[in-house]
Write a protein that binds this ligand. Structure first.
Ligand code: BGC
Length: 747
């Protein structure tokens, strides 16, 4: 058995260890967490307090790192409280040993961007969001935590819960899409998955809801750009997933690079002190984003790095990631009276509390377990789950003439496109500890599935980027020799992600031209679109008979895709973001307002809120996703059509699998408040259920509409309901409503 850390060190050590180690177990048990925290805090010098609030990057970098050869020395002298980007049980132990050479021996907290898996890579978060499957999403986050924790991580910088409505913004890949309700459900599932049974369990890590707040609303979809949101939009759309993460117990929050209404989020008191720590009573700590404290100088908000530190601390930012503002300036700021020491103490307390809860004072290496790391990281059972989550994330956009599923007896299959044999790209932008050599490519997935039964020929056709069509002839020939063609096209892993904004969201390079050339052969073509954002591909959408949107699916991509192609898994994914026809429509999202001049259809454009050169309709709507079977909806019943204030309404309907294949449907419930003191969106997702049905089976589904689902922020920004009529819509997508009714909320 591992001996508690404090007993293992010399009895003459000072500080934190004595506080815990010298008390009897019974006494120690009786001590509240607060007493323990205070007992450490009172021993700390101002410099050590500033050190606790300081976080440095380590071996790898996920941002613009500063070359600092003195880091080790700073760790030994108690000037560093946390490190990010240190991977592996052995490496975290080594650095922890350095921290234990410091006067108070306060252990380091290790954080890492474990966004969609540690080594076993799951689909990118936007892809997982398309599963609308909270159990799967929670499980994926949990496995990421199991692996990361075994490898010495205490903390993940996830989930990113930023609402994103602009596909130019590369970080849409990291979130849950455009909708606050779906986003909130997913935020909750991810936090619960990462944090497991409890903070301190060695199969769990601290979660971090980021980026607080509004980061996804960057102007023109350009990363780090200015954000100017109305209070209404902030509260109605951008804050709910953060609140959901908090309610699920998120231990930490990260603030954001962007300014909001003229004030950088990192120095924003309203966000951090008034809302988060005030109104929401958040007990955890806030970490800055990478260098975001120092960047307030560039924003023109702080005059130098020290001033930025002052503003950030006063605004409620507790830990400084890579700005060096706190460690270098806080002691002097306190001594000169510019920052009250009590605020520094509060920030230190918040961090120490987490270190205690994680059990690091008892055993600083309890997460860094080489044997456990060997056993759990990339474990085969994790791969199985990754395959299942990957299948669940795939969206069937189109299936004309039932080209899919492929007949398993197909003899000749052509696989064409630059992503056909690729492994690395399935990692997506945010895989931080992957080994893509172990990933399953589409080619391998098809080979695994069809074995010797089929002759599978692969032709790359063209690169992901670039102008060369030199490979077209071979690709066309390969298609001509096949019974069916599968095309693997899309973005490279580094085309959507942080600082990966694009002004053109079309299929890059010559890929759409390649699709045209292959479709022209007249062979049945199935297009697999792999990307980190909604792409525009109008020609393909119109002419390719079958399209699967597969995002970047992680370790098991090829197997999952083969499962779906052959019908071993019936696709059930639904888009968590609207797919525009052109960039000119952006921002485009389903929960739009009606306007004073709504257009009734594509031809109704004269003096209407419409375009003269394109429809208002997206290419694929929010919630869209097909299945190999057909679902019919019926028997809509409302418990009442006149609802008393404060009462709940029960809605039921039947769902029937009218096809010949078992399948799952995501039944989506939308509401519209028809007349209110503030204009309301034409529809808002308020509930959904993912239902599995055998062929011919019918189930009755029940939804409860509570008064919260009818509420909104009125003109005084009070969360309230108003009497009046509501429209209720149930359907298979936001543009595929199958059942429709109205009810009235009484005074
Ligand atoms: C990103 C954060 C990330 C941090 C650490 C920043 O550039 O915005 O989301 O957690 O780097 O890697």
């Amino acid at each position: 058995m591992r001996r508690p850390f404090c007993k293992a060190v010399a009895t003459a050590t000072v500080g934190a260890c004595l506080v815990v180690g010298s008390t009897t177990p019974l006494l120690a048990q009786r001590k509240t967490l607060e007493q323990k925290v205070d007992s450490v805090l009172q021993l700390m010098t101002l410099e050590e307090k500033a050190g606790q609030l300081n976080q440095y990057t380590g071996d790898a970098v996920t941002g613009p790192a500063v070359n600092d050869p003195t880091k080790l020395e700073q760790i030994r002298s108690g000037r560093v409280g946390s490190m990010l980007n240190i991977r592996g049980a052995q490496r975290t132990r080594e650095l922890q040993a350095e921290a234990l050479k410091s006067r108070l021996k306060i252990p380091l907290l290790f954080g890492l961007d474990v966004i969609h898996g540690y080594q076993t890579t799951f689909p990118i978060p936007l892809g997982e969001a398309a599963s609308w499957d909270m159990t799967a999403i929670r499980q994926s986050a949990h496995i990421a935590a199991v692996e990361a924790a075994a490898a010495g991580q205490h903390w993940t910088f996830a989930p990113m819960v930023d609402i994103a409505r602009d596909p130019r913004w590369g970080r849409v890949m990291e979130g849950a899409g455009e909708d606050p309700y779906l986003g909130s459900q997913i935020a909750r599932a991810r936090v619960l998955g990462f944090q497991g049974e409890k903070i301190g369990a060695t199969d769990a890590v601290l979660a971090c809801a980021k980026h607080f707040a509004g980061y996804g609303a960057a102007q023109a979809g350009r990363d780090y750009h200015t954000v100017d949101l109305s209070r209404r939009l902030l509260w109605e759309v951008y804050l709910p997933p953060f609140k959901a993460a908090l309610d699920a117990g998120a231990a930490t929050f990260m603030n954001a690079f962007n300014e909001l209404d003229g004030i950088p989020s990192t120095g924003n008191r309203y966000l951090q002190r008034d809302i988060l720590k005030g109104q929401w009573k958040f007990q955890g700590f806030v970490v800055s984003d990478w260098g975001s404290i120092g960047e307030m100088v560039n924003h023109g908000f702080a005059k130098d790095n020290a001033d930025a530190g002052r503003l950030a601390l006063l605004a409620g930012s507790d830990m400084d990631m890579e700005s060096r503002s706190y460690v270098n300036s806080l002691p002097a700021l306190v001594k000169s009276g510019q920052v009250p020491e009590e605020l520094v103490n509060d920030a230190v307390r918040r961090i120490l509390r987490k270190k205690f809860e994680l059990g690091l004072f008892q055993n600083p290496n309890r997460f860094s377990d080489v044997a456990r790391e060997k056993k759990l990281v990339g474990a085969p059972e994790h791969r199985q789950i990754a395959r299942d989550v990957a299948r669940k994330s795939i969206v069937l956009l189109k299936n004309e003439g039932n080209v899919l599923p492929l007949d398993k007896k197909t003899k000749r299959i052509a696989l064409i496109g630059p992503l056909g044999s690729s492994k690395l790209n399935h990692a997506g932008f945010w895989a931080v500890n992957y080994d893509s050599t172990g990933y399953v490519s589409v080619l391998e997935g098809l080979q695994n599935k069809f074995g010797k039964q089929a002759n599978i020929q692969y032709a790359r056709g063209c690169g992901i980027k670039g102008e060369s069509q030199a490979g077209f002839a071979e690709a066309v020939k390969t298609a001509q020799d096949a019974d069916v063609v599968v095309m693997a096209v899309g973005e490279a892993y580094d085309m959507s992600g942080e600082a990966k904004s694009r002004t053109d969201i079309g299929l890059p390079g010559q890929q759409e031209a390649l699709i045209k050339a292959v479709v022209a052969t007249g062979k049945p073509v199935v297009v697999l679109m792999m990307a980190g954002r909604p792409l525009t591909f109008n020609w393909t959408a119109e002419h390719a008979p079958a399209i699967l949107y597969t995002w970047w699916l992680g370790s098991e991509a090829g197997n999952a895709i083969a499962d779906v192609l052959t019908g071993d898994y019936n696709p059930a994914g639904k888009l968590p973001m609207t797919f525009p026809r052109s960039l000119g429509q952006v921002p485009i999202f389903y929960a739009a307002k009606n306007t004073g001049r709504p257009s009734s259809g594509d031809k109704d454009v004269l003096y209407k809120s419409a375009y003269i050169d394109q429809t208002n309709r997206p290419q694929y709507a929010f919630g869209h996703g097909l299945s190999y079977t057909k679902f019919t909806y019926g028997n809509l019943k409302l418990s009442t059509t006149q609802l008393g204030a404060g009462q709940s309404l029960t809605v039921s309907c039947t769902l029937t699998n009218a096809g010949k294949t078992a399948g799952e449907e995501v039944v989506q419930l939308y509401l519209r408040d028809l007349v209110a003191s503030v204009t309301r969106p034409i529809m808002e997702l308020k509930d959904f259920q993912k239902v599995q049905l055998k062929p011919g089976e019918t189930k009755t589904l029940t939804f409860t509409i509570t008064s919260d689902k009818l509420s909104f922020y009125n003109q005084d920004m009070q969360w309230t309901t108003e009497p009046g009529e509501f429209r209720l819509m149930l359907g298979s997508a936001s543009d595929d409503i199958r059942l429709d009714s109205k009810f009235e909320l009484l005074k």
